[in-house]
Design a protein. Structure first.
Ligand code: PEP
Length: 250
């Protein structure tokens, strides 16, 4: 059975003091999450170290929101996987739709990041999902298939054990519009089949999160679907109680 992972993508929100405060509130409530559910918090780069100190000794894990696929060098403004690993980061969100949209990241470039993160012993949370116009044109499966095949190219079965997928229909992110549980699960089933095609049985163990306006009031129904194994949470991760409500919905 894939592990249930609920990850909070704090995006570019919260100053240092607020991040420390939110992390300590998450730690405080984390014991009430459902058994077997892993909680992950993903603050901005500059707050990773402080948040790491706060979650030390708890079951809450640390994630980053991006990284650059080179160890060091002339890449002004970027942060490498080895730098994140040294802080104690376990998960790295890659290919979020906001990075695809605003920073023009391609599947091929994200694939380099996936390999970089895996090479440094961390776990990529690889985001895929279609735009509204793609769903309306009926090409959701084509888009997601291309994202999975190109973004995960040359990932071995052994490495795939450390990969997490987040299916995030772009039209549902931050909009309050949620994919219906059935709509979401249909794409999760597609992703599961693609993973099995890529790496065989190891693909059955990969956690596939849903992301896109997941909230306390819809989490239970979404997480009850056969292939929804967790959530990547934006807005609702900014309040510890809401985050916990999702973490205890399964
Ligand atoms: C996200 O950006 O990953 C996300 C799912 O955001 P929200 O929950 O706010 O839709």
């Amino acid at each position: 059975m894939p592990k249930t992972i609920i990850a909070g993508n704090w995006k570019m929100n919260k100053n240092l003091a607020e991040s420390v405060q939110l992390a300590s509130e998450v730690v405080k409530v984390s014991g009430k999450a459902s058994a077997g559910v892993e909680l992950v918090v993903c603050p901005v780069f500059t707050h990773l170290e402080a948040v790491k100190e706060v979650i030390k000794g708890s079951a809450v894990k640390l994630g980053a929101q991006n990284c650059y696929p080179a160890d060091s060098g002339a890449f002004t403004g970027e942060v490498s996987g080895s730098m994140l690993k040294a802080i104690g980061v376990e998960y790295v969100i890659l290919g979020h739709s906001e990075r695809r949209q605003y920073f023009h990241e391609s599947n091929e470039f994200i694939n380099k990041k996936v390999h970089h993160v895996l090479a440094h012993g961390m776990k990529p949370i690889y985001c895929v999902g279609e735009l509204l116009e793609e769903r309306e044109k009926g090409v959701t499966h084509q888009v997601v298939t291309e994202q999975i095949n190109a973004g995960l190219a040359n990932v071995t079965a052994d490495q795939m054990k450390n990969v997490v997928i987040a299916y995030e229909p772009v039209w549902a992110i931050g909009t309050g519009k949620v994919a219906s549980p059935e709509q979401a699960n249909e794409v999760h089933i597609l992703i599961r089949n693609l993973l099995v095609k890529l790496v065989g049985d190891a693909g059955k163990e990969v956690t596939i999160q849903y992301g896109g306006s997941m909230k306390p009031d819809n989490a239970k129904e979404l997480l009850a679907q056969s292939e929804i194994n967790g959530g990547l949470i934006g807005g609702a991760a900014l309040k510890a109680d809401d985050f916990l409500a999702i973490g205890s919905a399964k």
